[in-house]
Design a protein around this ligand. Structure first.
Ligand code: ADP
Ligand code: GLC
Length: 492
């Protein structure tokens, strides 16, 4: 943990989430939850991360100790084991909630083998939140107790609520919204099962159009709310982005701030990345081209006049990838080629697979999730496309910047905050790092593609942009400082 030992101890935090790198990941939430502890360690805060013990995770904890137990946690015995797991910085302090009746099953962490939500997801994550609140209130059997309970997204949304309803005088709570589109709605018939007090099942509580909302419960009860970029914090006040919770956000706006996600600079480093064939940095970008050639070979693409565009993403409405399909003819007409790595919406998976079939040598698609392949694409591609309809922060554009792969993004949320559009002034003053498009429609994206191709054609300028992109300060330093100050202000 770097220099953490020399830093003055500020306090302890229980970070609670449904995913965490390196143990389990379906998206950016896992990257952020996994990187926070090391980022914050440098500011003097010690985080332990509470995660459900999905199959196979407990085996990855070194010297596990049982530190909490319950004879009946939402229908079965449960215990928490404490121990370290290896991460890019050495080790991460984990707490795994073992509750076989809730977490010991096949399928994915949220979905059954048929691709539907587990029918007991409300109980599964209420249990996680309940354990978090209990640990915050009474501590672990080894004496550890947090100053701050930090809940992430709806899966941990009930944690601040259980804490508040049960009375917690000396523990403060914070909830981070990574994506307000997911709210953890459950039928009102589950009130008792989820151990929620009926008196708070009202508009001023966690009731949402006749249902229980775990996210709303967290927003209404936490001492502070953050989201993962300043622009998304602003956007959340509006119906277009608030997804029905804009009223709650407005009510709590004094408690809301936007803190940008950072990047784990050790994992995402083209100089040391074990997944890529040719290491490189800003001074030897020729080696990046070797990765491009390797990628073309891997995907059976021909060499083109234009840039190699890429998408690495969940294939969902949020990510706006239907616009990529719409603009594909324009992209190909300018000599571009396209690689897509993603999975999600069945219709979109099919449409991309068809595009690859229709354009052999020009479009290549991997349907699935492949961490190693994602690194090879970040390294080899010229342009990373992120035309999201909304994007709380977005990590793909940050990793792309780090690998000198210029982002082509829509001007929303964290994309607006992290990519500097190559307009004339930004090019003249040498601050541009990519291209932004707005409004988020196919005609604007098409224009963005054209602008990228024009920039790519001016190789000298392109290399300058790449160097500028790679020089962006993307680590956790600044954001960790912001979290640290927030924790400090909340500490009771
Ligand atoms: P979100 O969390 O909304 O999906 P982010 O941009 O914050 O979006 O994070 C996405 C993360 O998931 C990044 O680390 C990205 O590299 C990774 N990722 C997305 N899709 C895939 C995939 N099919 N294979 C490998 N990694 C992926
Ligand atoms: C969510 C958001 C994404 C963000 C990630 C990590 O998945 O969709 O924009 O980067 O959380 O905070």
């Amino acid at each position: 943990m770097g220099n953490a030992a020399k830093v003055k101890n500020q306090g302890t935090v229980l970070s609670v989430a449904s995913e965490c790198v390196p143990l389990v990941k379906t998206g950016g939430l896992a990257d952020v939850v996994g990187a926070l502890p090391d980022g914050l360690a440098l500011t003097g805060w010690h985080l332990k991360t509470l995660l459900p013990a999905y199959p196979g995770l407990a085996e990855r904890i070194k010297k596990p100790k049982v530190v909490w137990s319950s004879k009946n946690l939402f229908g079965g015995c449960a215990q928490v084991i404490s121990g370290k797991t290896a991460n890019s910085d050495g080790a991460l302090d984990m707490l795994l909630l073992q509750a076989p009746h809730l977490y010991d099953r096949g399928g994915s962490i949220y979905l059954n083998t048929k691709g539907n939500d587990w029918p007991d997801n409300a109980q599964r994550f209420a249990a996680l939140s309940w354990a978090a609140a209990e640990i915050s209130r009474k501590g672990l059997s080894d004496g550890w107790r947090p100053n701050i309970l930090h809940a992430h997204d709806w899966q941990a949304g009930l944690a601040p609520a259980y804490l508040a309803y049960g009375g917690a005088k000396d523990v403060a709570s914070l909830i981070t919204i990574h994506n307000i589109a997911f709210q953890g709605l459950a039928p009102a018939t589950l009130l008792k099962t989820l151990k929620l007090p009926r008196k708070h099942f009202v508009q001023d509580g966690f009731e949402y159009w006749g249902k229980i909302s775990s996210l709303k419960a967290g927003l209404m009860t936490a001492d502070a709310i953050t989201t993962v970029s300043p622009t998304y914090a602003q956007e959340l006040l509006e119906p277009e982005f608030g997804m029905g919770l804009e009223g709650v956000i407005r009510l709590k706006r004094d408690r809301l701030s936007g803190i940008l996600n950072g990047v784990d600079l050790k994992t995402w480093n083209p100089r040391t990345d074990a997944h890529i064939a040719h290491a490189y940095g800003p001074r030897d970008l020729a080696a990046k081209s070797k990765n491009t050639r390797a990628l073309e070979k891997e995907f059976g693409l021909i060499k083109g006049q234009g840039p190699l565009f890429a998408v690495i993403s969940r294939l969902t409405h949020q990510k706006g990838l239907d616009l990529v399909l719409d603009t594909l003819p324009a992209l190909l007409a300018r000599g571009g080629r396209l690689i897509v790595l993603g999975s999600g919406d069945a219709g979109m998976e099919k449409a991309f697979a068809k595009a690859a079939k229709d354009h052999p040598g020009l479009v290549a698609v991997t349907i699935g999730y492949d961490e190693a392949q994602s690194h090879r694409i970040y390294a080899g591609a010229d342009v990373m496309m992120v035309p999201s309809r909304f994007e709380p922060c977005g990590l793909t554009q940050l990793y792309a910047l780090r690998y000198g792969t210029l982002p082509l993004v829509s001007r929303t949320g964290g994309l607006a905050d992290t990519v500097i559009d190559a307009n004339n002034a930004a090019v003249q003053t040498a601050v541009a790092t990519g291209v932004q498009v707005a409004p988020n429609r196919s005609d604007s994206l098409e224009q963005g593609i054209r602008r990228m191709c024009d920039l790519f054609a001016k190789q000298e300028l392109w290399v300058k942009l790449q160097k500028r992109a790679m020089a962006q300060p993307l680590g956790w330093e600044q954001s960790a400082q912001a979290y640290s100050e927030l924790y400090q202000s909340l500490k009771k």
